[in-house]
Write a protein that binds this ligand. Sequence first.
Ligand code: NI
Ligand code: MN
Length: 218
Amino acid sequence: MKLTWLGHSCILLEGSRIVLIDPFVPELSIPCKPDIVAVTHAHADHLGSTLELGVKTVAMNDLAYYLKEKGLEIEPMNIGGTIQVDGVTFTMTAAVHSSWIEDAGIGVYGGVAAGYLITLDGVTVYHAGDTALFGDMRLIGEIYNPDIALLPIGGRYTMGPREAMMAAEFVGAPVVIPIHYNTSPKIAQDAGEFKRVIERTTDLKVVVLKPGESYVTA
Ligand code: NI
Ligand code: MN
C-alpha cells in the first residue's frame, strides 16, 4: 500500500482501491481519480474538492446528507461506527474540533468533526483529522492497532507538536506522519524537531514527507 501526502490533511492511499482523504490540495493537483473519498469534517480545508471529484464519499452522517443533496453518492456513518466500502474498512473516531459548511457565507452546521481508521490491503491508517489531544487516543491505539498515525501538528486550530508527541505515544502506531502544518504561516511548525524528539524518547518512527511524497508499506 502506498500512502502519499498531497499537502495539508490530504492523503492518498493506493492499493487494491484508491482512497483519498480530505481532498484539499493547496499546492499540487490530485494525481488520479479515487474510488472513494473520505472527509473528516466540513471545514473548507478538508472538504476541498469533494463535490467536484464526484465519487462515493464517506462522511459524518450530518455532512453526508448535505453532500447527497448536492448530488454525491454517500456512505453516511457516525463516530464509533465501522463500515466496509468496496473492501476498504472505515471506522469513524472522535475528534475534538468544530465543523461547519462554509458555502453559505457564514457557514452552516456540518455535524461534528471526526477522524478515521482506514484498513486497505491489511494496513490500518489512523487519520486523526483536525483535533486536540484527547486521552481516548489510547483506546484507539489499543482497539485498532494502527500501523500508521497521521497526526496534525500545526497548532492554533489543532494540537501542536507538544501535544502531538503525546498523541503519538497514546496511539502507539510504529510510524507517525505529521500533517496539517506549514500550509500557512499561522500553522508553521518544525517537523524535523518533532521527529527528533519522538525518535529520541520513544521507539516510534516519524516519517516527514514533502507534499507529493509517498511512504510505501513493506
Ligand atoms: Ni478544521
Ligand atoms: Mn483544518
